[in-house]
Design a binder for this molecule. Structure first.
Ligand code: WQD
Length: 342
């Protein structure tokens, strides 16, 4: 493996994956990110942590000629990790066309580039949102797909596009990683989630409430059919998710008879409720959280968590960070952002 293109490289998971690649491999890496949901400051933070220059192409991946120009300048790419996509469930319910255009057009342009420039390895950022409301838990990779939000459906359609593409074009191998709920921040505290434009996800809402940026956290419903009435999710540390991408590329690099595409759940395998997340935060931070119980949020599923046995068996990946690590690293990052005046 010589050179990897990471699209969405200054986003939350993309930036942590760039760091993981720089810290645990000798691969060259470049990023393509137009900062529509991130900030150039993240690139500086990545270079500060890795002490390596990372070139970013600030292009819109929906612009086919911009993608072609970037590929012309980088003809030695061995693998592409495609993170670039919008990912807010509520935003996608409010603006479905924005999501279908951005998430699907960018993917199709990347797949065209893979064929034209004969890129042999492709990793796709998918999501547990493809499962929608679940009958039987935990979900395995064979659980039927019923995305309920436009965001989740862009990932479900994206997976099908990739499957059809790899069936028609045998010179690329693809791995589709279905993330559960990525949370937390890099252990150094020097990089983490930077909610740009929207703040929907639970953990940054909790830390921004605790730091005083938000007045209170609203728990979106505590009348679900769960152990404490609040929704259940499978939270997984963002650095564990990042490591899985290196493991996936290493697997494709060393297994020439890998199938055209493989799909893996990336979760810890345990479900945690919103109230349990709040209690864990208060425990590790020593800070009382100001929250109230509010109405349910449209597009939310009641409970979902993964069966992660397939990824453990095939890629040898297993999450190493605990829920305490997730919440404490998120809090450390929030405190550092405050110190920096962010
Ligand atoms: C988690 C829980 C909310 C905010 C995320 C990503 C999506 C995908 C799947 C990767 C839910 C509750 C939230 C708040 C709350 N990940 N909540 N108050 O919706 O599961 O989706 O994971 O692809 O991209 O968005 O995550 O953090 O928004 O919500 O009570 O202020 O927290 O109801 O139960 P979600 P989330």
């Amino acid at each position: 493996m010589k050179k990897i293109l990471v699209t969405g490289g200054t986003g939350y998971i993309g930036s942590h994956t760039l760091i993981e690649i720089c810290e645990s491999t000798n691969w060259d890496v470049i990023s393509a990110d137009n900062y529509s949901r991130s900030t150039p400051k993240t690139l500086e933070r990545i270079q500060l942590i890795t002490e390596k220059p990372v070139k970013n192409y600030p292009i819109d991946l929906c612009n086919a000629s911009a993608v072609k120009k970037m590929m012309e300048e980088n003809k030695d790419i061995d693998g592409i990790i495609h993170f670039a996509a919008f990912k807010s469930v509520p935003e996608s319910v409010a603006s479905p066309l924005l999501y279908y255009h951005n998430n699907i057009s960018s993917l199709v342009n990347i797949l065209h580039a893979i064929k034209e420039y004969k890129i042999p390895n492709f990793i796709f950022s998918s999501s547990c949102s493809v499962y929608g409301n679940i009958e039987k838990l935990p979900v395995t990779e064979n659980t039927p797909l019923h995305a309920v939000s436009p965001y989740g459906y862009t990932k479900q359609v994206g997976e099908r596009i990739i499957q059809d593409f790899t069936n028609s074009y045998p010179d690329v191998k693809a791995i589709l990683l279905r993330y559960f709920n990525p949370v937390g921040a890099h252990i150094s505290g020097k990089i983490g989630e930077v909610p740009v434009q929207r703040l929907d996800n639970l953990v940054p809402v909790i830390t921004q409430t605790a730091i005083g940026k938000l007045k209170e956290t609203t728990v979106f419903g505590n009348n679900y059919n769960t152990r404490d009435g609040s929704c259940i999710r499978d939270y997984v540390h963002v650095s564990d998710i990042a490591k899985a991408h290196v493991d996936a590329l290493t697997y494709l690099n060393t297994n020439k008879n890998a199938p055209p595409y493989s799909i893996f759940n990336l979760g810890t395998g345990s479900g945690v409720s919103v109230m349990e997340m709040i209690n864990t935060f208060e425990k590790v931070s020593g800070t009382k959280l100001n929250y109230r119980i509010g109405a349910r949020r449209e597009g939310d599923v009641e409970a979902i968590y993964s069966d992660n046995s397939l990824v453990k068996k095939t890629l040898g990946w297993t999450p190493k960070y605990s829920l305490d690590d997730m919440m404490l690293s998120a809090w450390k990052w929030e405190l550092n952002m405050k110190k920096k005046g962010a």
